[in-house]
Design a protein around this ligand. Sequence first.
Ligand code: TRP
Length: 330
Amino acid sequence: MKTVLSGIRPTGNLHLGNYYGALINFLKMQEENNCYFFIADWHSLTTHPDPKMLHVNVKNVLSEYLACGLDPEKATIYIQSDVPEIAELYLLLNMHAYLGELEKTVSFKTKARQNPSNVNAGLLTYPVLMATDILIHNADYVPVGKDQEQHLEMTRNYANRFNHKYGVNFFKQPAAYNFGQELIKIPGLDGSGKMGKSEGNCIYLIDEPKVIEKKVKGALTDNGPEAPNLPKPDYIENLFTILQVVSTPEVVAHYNALWNAGETKWYGSLKKQLSEDIIHATTPIRERINDIKNDEAYLRRVTKVGAEKARESASKTLKGVREIMGFRGE
Ligand code: TRP
């Protein structure tokens, strides 16, 4: 059984792109592997979030992931700051991370440019904290997006460097978890490409039916195909891509046939169908999110059990590292 680990920053709500692009795969992943899913609340501190919002954000993200089907019986689900062993290993690993390489990290350079008045040491060592998250459970695989690949590469470097320096074979080399063909990119409603929070083109899992209807209605269209069998422009293709994940093959075939026939005046019907099917797909999730958010006792239980399981695994690794680095055992 392989160990797979994924960290989730507590920012914003989950949208259709997160759900169909990643989460659906996590559900399968947790059946077949020893999975760790955690909320990276220490990482979110690098940008100094409002203290009043930190707890709310963590609770929201946790509720949403649980509502989507992450299962605390199958996976270890925890909050990073509940595991103090991570802080200690981070301190120890920092001694093996060099300024030159940290300064060259793309994410650091980008953040430093965007916010020159807050270039703090936590931001600089963000990749060391992320490496700690991964190495503390000796994960075999980490599902990462493009923007996190460099951090995973750095994690492998730190693992290697540590092993080499102390002449041990202690840390594994974590690899990117490859979803292969299964990874679907959900486009935004505005034809601008990927659905993303910063693009402002999202349908959120917590959106009420009325909100979904309004967003879909407002999606960009035109007067219809100018002739039969033309390729679809991006902003029409988008609607079809979303339709494919929420509707039946018959529905998709029906609208494809209209497009290919070069017919016009059916976009209204397409949008109506699309918003109905999105509402159908998201309503049970939205209801579960609201139930879970209101169930403080359940959330407390989940995070307590998660923290216990995570600490058990983390303390084993930490004990090994301490010994290797020369601290006396108990
Ligand atoms: N840096 C990741 C992100 O921005 C979140 C994260 C923190 C993470 N620690 C991790 C992801 C460990 C994978 C493994 O999305």
